[in-house]
Design a protein around this ligand. Structure first.
Ligand code: ADP
Ligand code: ASP
Ligand code: MG
Length: 492
């Protein structure tokens, strides 16, 4: 079967599961896309433009709310109940003001009642945290999920007020996960079934479905979350369960860019990317997509679009099975990312063998400490972890078997691109650019698509800027040199 016919046949298989032949579009709006009344009005306009495509709207908490909830929970658990309640009060007032600006009449009263009920529940959770003096992973998930509960109710009412038929769905009743609090994974069969049962009839009745991203619950109904930034993942889970025609991630940048525009103002939008490239980018720290987002979309071959809710007319980035045109011929580096807060761990032992590797893995796993990159050599296992918080306990557990040392405040800088590893000149140009920066080579990509290395966190911006300048040079300005255009003159 040719590549094209394979694509066409998987296209045919991917039919919407609520009614054969009908499209479904899943649209996820991040925190900044719903941060104030103007942003929510833009969301209403964007949803309105997709009404024929049966939209399912997934929303994050309003910008900064999840961090504020965490702050309130930490304050309560440390005995500062007054400060915690004041923070939550601020969140309440912000939502009330938005409800007031966007919704009126009896719909306002109903929404106000719902929000008040949710805030009372949140306040009693803070009282319990103050009494117990601890914020464990389970309570943390319960606490952080309130942001999406509030925003999804508010946005559903705002859509209805604008004349869009919309219904609210409780994401915690539809998305069922394991009990890995803080980083839960969906139990697919149940989740798929529940989403189809809950969303299908709504869409068939012509209503848009609105649900909070990031939040879920275990089979027993205990609240969980999908990890920070997890609303992107919710959108992909919903898309895969419903056999959506597309998943749209609406955010505050024009698409996936050649690097984080906050690190380098020269970053440019990438028009098309393959699932694999985008998944590597997300895995290696590009915040624009939660790392787990692309797996369900890839499995069901659903294209994912990253779009700017402030400039909806722009094309954004399309992520699909096919690689970007020219990926194999042109600049093989498609983007540069940086993952901060990495700790580099060295485990030394007289005997590094499979038994030791097994023990080390088991101990890291028991402490829910995800290992990123791993290498072994005579007497030493080197690995990277995203957080150093569990390392003291891990070192204590391995005492007598191996000695564990680590360095904090490191960052992993990564070049991503199809077949990048098969082009040795890419690595040599990259390392030449940062050779004076105490760079440690970590690996030339477990896949063909990445080359990554470790730098001190303080050097991240400088190294990303230098690399970006090399692999994505700005076009030279055309000047008149007495008849010879400078476009023909190479620098140096
Ligand atoms: P949202 O609230 O919409 O989920 P996020 O803040 O999670 O938005 O993600 C968008 C941010 O991701 C951008 O503002 C940008 O700073 C950051 N980012 C990091 N790497 C990239 C990249 N390669 N392309 C685009 N944005 C990136
Ligand atoms: N509100 C959650 C967070 O801040 C989830 C998300 O924004 O996707 O992490
Ligand atoms: Mg995000």
């Amino acid at each position: 079967m040719s590549g094209l016919s394979r694509e066409l046949s998987s296209e045919r298989q991917r039919q919407s599961r609520f009614e054969q032949g009908d499209d479904v579009v899943v649209m996820k709006f991040g925190g900044t896309s719903v941060e104030d009344a103007a942003a929510i009005r833009r969301v209403i306009g964007i949803v309105q433009s997709r009404l024929k495509a049966h939209p399912v709207v997934v929303v994050s908490a309003l910008a900064r709310v999840t961090d504020q909830l965490l702050e309130a929970g930490t304050a309560a658990a440390n005995g500062h109940l007054g400060a915690a309640l004041a923070t939550v009060r601020g969140i309440y007032v912000r939502h009330e003001q938005l409800a007031d600006a966007l919704v009126d009449g009896s719909a306002y009263s109903a929404l106000d009642g719902e929000l008040r009920g949710e805030f009372r529940e949140l306040e009693s959770l803070l009282l319990r945290l103050e009494a117990s003096r601890q914020l464990d992973a389970q309570s943390r998930d319960h606490l952080l999920g309130f942001g999406e509960c509030f925003s999804s109710r508010l946005i559903k009412e705002a859509l209805c007020q604008a004349g869009i038929r919309a219904a609210h769905l409780d994401a915690r009743a539809c998305i069922v996960t394991d009990a890995r609090h803080g980083q839960a994974s969906p139990v697919w069969e149940v989740t798929e079934q529940r989403l189809q049962q809950a969303v299908g009839p709504l869409l068939q009745s012509g209503a848009a479905a609105v649900l909070g991203g990031f939040i879920a619950s275990t089979g027993d109904g205990v609240p969980t979350t999908l990890g920070r930034g997890g609303s992107d993942f919710t959108a992909a889970i919903v898309g895969a369960a419903l056999g959506a025609a597309r998943v749209e991630i609406w955010t505050d940048v024009d698409g996936i860019m050649t690097t984080d525009p906050k690190l380098c103002s020269d970053a440019r939008v990438i028009r098309k990317m393959s699932f694999d490239e985008a998944a590597e980018l997300a895995h290696f720290g590009a915040k624009v997509l939660h790392p787990a987002t692309l797996a369900p979309a890839m499995r069901e071959n659903i294209p994912v679009y990253v779009l700017n809710s402030r400039r909806p007319e722009r094309d954004g980035t399309e992520i699909a099975a096919r690689a970007r045109p020219g990926a194999k011929t042109g600049n093989s580096v498609s983007a540069i990312t940086a993952k901060r807060n990495v700790a580099a761990v060295e485990i030394q032992s007289a005997r590094v063998n499979s038994e030791l590797l097994h023990t080390v893995y088991a101990v890291f796993d028991r402490h829910a400490c995800a290992v990123d990159v791993m290498a072994t050599s005579q007497g030493c296992i080197s690995l990277l972890v995203d957080s150093a918080s569990a390392l003291p306990a891990i070192a204590a557990e391995l005492r007598g078997v191996a000695e564990v040392r680590w360095e904090n405040h490191q960052a992993l800088v990564c070049l991503v691109g199809e077949n990048i590893r098969r082009q040795p000149e890419v690595a040599s140009r990259a390392f030449a650019a940062v050779s004076d920066m105490d760079v440690r080579v970590v690996c030339q990509g477990a896949s063909d698509r990445t080359i990554s290395f470790l730098v001190e966190e303080s050097k991240v911006e400088e190294s990303v800027r230098r690399l970006h300048g090399i692999f994505f040079p700005q076009p030279q300005p055309v000047r008149d040199w007495g008849g010879i255009s400078s476009a023909y003159c190479q620098a140096g």
